[in-house]
Design a protein around this ligand. Structure first.
Ligand code: 6PG
Ligand code: NI
Length: 188
């Protein structure tokens, strides 16, 4: 393949040239992953808002390639739980990922199969290194869209099933106007 350039807006993360199309995820696609499915159903009934969208250039998914793109998590809550991504392990578990925050602020919730948990807050101008083996979920506890660029090995793959079945060990919810990390009562 040949080298190329692509645009990502610094504030919105959007690729205006249309060289890559965003994938949107709405509440209805992850109803059971929220702690309060009734609150999720209410949100679905009143328009099923977009929680987040991401644009990925996968190139050819071969070893040695890099996939990269932008992700935008919108501000909002389902019950007292902030808008968040599904989250995943990489299928090739050892595959690491780098994120760079462009605007807004938020958390990356991470955990390993062994049960280590780590929560990092990122702000514009900060990069986050997610080592291999760590599942990762972005959470927007701010009032603006939380926008990041990301880069990961093109052959990593996505294992969504483990998180869908087991859930994350910890959740981030709002208490007295502030984000706090709590145990996930539904974790299996
Ligand atoms: C990846 C990245 C990132 C992620 C999006 C959406 O490996 O592809 O972690 O692009 O996919 O932020 O999150 P979900 O893939 O968990 O829905
Ligand atoms: Ni990833």
């Amino acid at each position: 393949m040949k080298p190329y350039t692509i645009d990502f807006d610094l504030l919105t993360g959007i690729c205006k040239s249309g060289k890559v199309q965003p994938v949107q995820r709405r509440v209805s696609q992850m109803k059971m992953q929220f702690a309060d499915p009734e609150a999720a159903q209410k949100a679905i009934d009143s328009g099923d808002p977009v929680l987040y969208e991401f644009s990925t250039l996968l190139n050819d998914e071969k070893k040695g390639t890099l996939a990269f793109g932008s992700t935008i998590i919108y501000p909002g809550k389902i019950g007292d739980e902030y808008y968040m991504t599904k989250g995943h392990f990489h299928t090739i578990l050892d595959s690491a990922e780098v994120y760079y925050c462009l605007s807004g602020k938020g958390f990356m919730m991470m955990e390993t199969p062994e049960g280590d948990v780590d929560l990092q807050e990122v702000h514009p101008g900060e990069a986050l290194y997610v080592p291999g083996r760590w599942a990762h979920r972005s959470i927007n506890h701010g009032t603006e869209p939380f926008v990041m660029l990301f880069v990961y090995p093109g052959d990593s793959g996505h294992d969504y099933g483990t998180i869908e079945t087991k859930g994350y060990r910890k959740l981030v919810v709002e208490r007295d106007g502030k984000p706090v990390m709590i145990d996930n009562p539904k974790w299996k």
